[in-house]
Design a protein around this ligand. Structure first.
Ligand code: SAM
Ligand code: SF4
Length: 359
């Protein structure tokens, strides 16, 4: 691995004005991995390959969205260059997300290329499932190991309300196609919303049990300005667990997928039930990830607006990855200690939508 100088003078022009808050010693650990100034190892990246989506989920997007012009979006080759550079810095897990990653033309090509990178252990994706009927087998053949599929409701009319345009039957067929294809693991993701789907948590878990897959419940996060007040719909993990316990036995599990979810097992089933609780259980101490948006911004923290723009760097140095590596290492120095969404539910603390940063 090359050992570039990390002095501010050595920063490329596109990072002008950016004051590195770190030194080489704090931004890159001796073992070759990325370490932030709080000692957290970054081994996982989430890459959004498009800001576009075929759904308009009410908690994620506004009804009218303006999407990025194509020239401002990373090409798939640029995506690969970024991932390759991170893998060279010790990243072992990549999640491809969006927007909806499977609406991006040639997304499967990118997965194939990423899966082949030396040093990468796990390639996973998050999808809304709308295209899975068609892409489950090609994704598995490309080397994708696990898929997270968003599913907030099992009722077709509600599904249409929540996604504004989605077709539940198509997503359910996509889930079955993925099950038939044989991924290592499939997981459903449901955003918890009081008055919108909280009466279905038990049904969603039963559905996961019947299908032999996992399910995670996510507390809604205040990302982007949307149509409803989030305080009204906020539903806590604690209350959800109590509700599920009226039907299921939940055994706490020490298992982890390396992420913020805390898991429970249902005895005599294949199913793990996870909770991602950015409000009630802040997971920042063990954060091991950074996010890259479709326009090439590197966000070291989901709950914070600090970012570095990688796209100008990539385009200014088409054949030299050293400036990109430097920028990545410097970004470790600005990774926030944590986020705090408390009291921020109605006014978005983070101005971008989840579809921008990637879930
Ligand atoms: N389109 C894909 C999907 O829906 O799975 C991938 C991108 S989506 C932004 C990733 C995940 O973020 C989804 O599981 C979605 O439910 C979740 N999400 C979006 N907005 C959210 C919010 N405000 N709070 C919590 N989760 C959110
Ligand atoms: Fe699209 Fe996923 Fe956001 Fe829904 S949650 S609008 S499917 S990006």
């Amino acid at each position: 691995m090359r050992n570039e100088s990390l002095t501010p003078e050595a920063l490329p022009e596109s990072l002008a004005g950016f004051v590195p808050a770190t030194t080489p010693e704090t931004s890159k650990h001796a073992d070759g991995t990325l370490v932030d100034k709080y000692g957290r190892h970054v081994t996982y990246i989430r890459l959004s390959i498009t800001d576009r989506c075929d759904f308009r989920c009410t908690y994620c997007m506004a009804e009218e969205m303006t999407f990025l012009p194509r020239a401002q979006v990373l090409t798939l080759e640029e995506c690969l260059r970024i991932v390759n550079t991170f893998v060279g810095l010790g990243v072992t897990k990549v999640r491809v997300t969006g927007g909806e990653p499977l609406v991006r033309h040639n997304a499967v090509w990118l997965m194939e290329q990423i899966a082949r990178l030396d040093g990468l252990k796990e390639l996973v994706i998050t999808t809304n499932g709308s295209q899975l009927e068609r892409y489950a087998a090609p994704l598995r053949d490309a080397g994708v190991k696990r898929i997270n599929i968003s599913l907030d409701t099992l009722r077709a009319d509600r599904f249409k309300e929540i996604t504004r345009v989605g077709d539940l039957a198509k997503v359910l067929r996509g889930i079955d196609a993925a099950r038939a294809t044989g991924f290592e693991r499939l997981k459903l993701n449901a955003v918890m919303m009081r008055g919108r789907n909280d009466d279905e948590f038990i049904d969603l878990v039963q559905f996961a049990v019947d299908k032999g897959i996992d399910v995670s419940f996510i507390e809604e996060m205040p990302l982007g300005e949307i149509g409803h007040g989030r305080q009204e719909t906020y539903f806590s993990t604690e209350e959800a667990i109590a509700r599920l316990q009226t039907r299921f036995t939940l055994l706490p599990s020490a298992e982890s997928s390396g992420g913020p979810a805390r898991y429970w097992r249902i005895p005599d089933t294949q199913t793990r039930v996870g909770f991602i609780s950015p409000h009630s259980h802040n997971f920042c101490d063990s954060c091991n990830r950074v996010r890259i948006t479709a326009q090439g911004e590197l966000y070291p923290c989901l709950g914070n607006n600090d970012a570095i723009r990688l796209l100008p760097l990539l385009r200014a140095h088409p054949t030299d990855d050293a400036p990109l590596r430097q920028a990545i290492m410097h970004t470790m120095g600005i990774k926030a200690k944590g986020h705090d969404f408390t009291g921020q539910m109605n006014a978005p603390q983070v101005v971008r939508f989840m579809s921008m940063t990637g879930g």
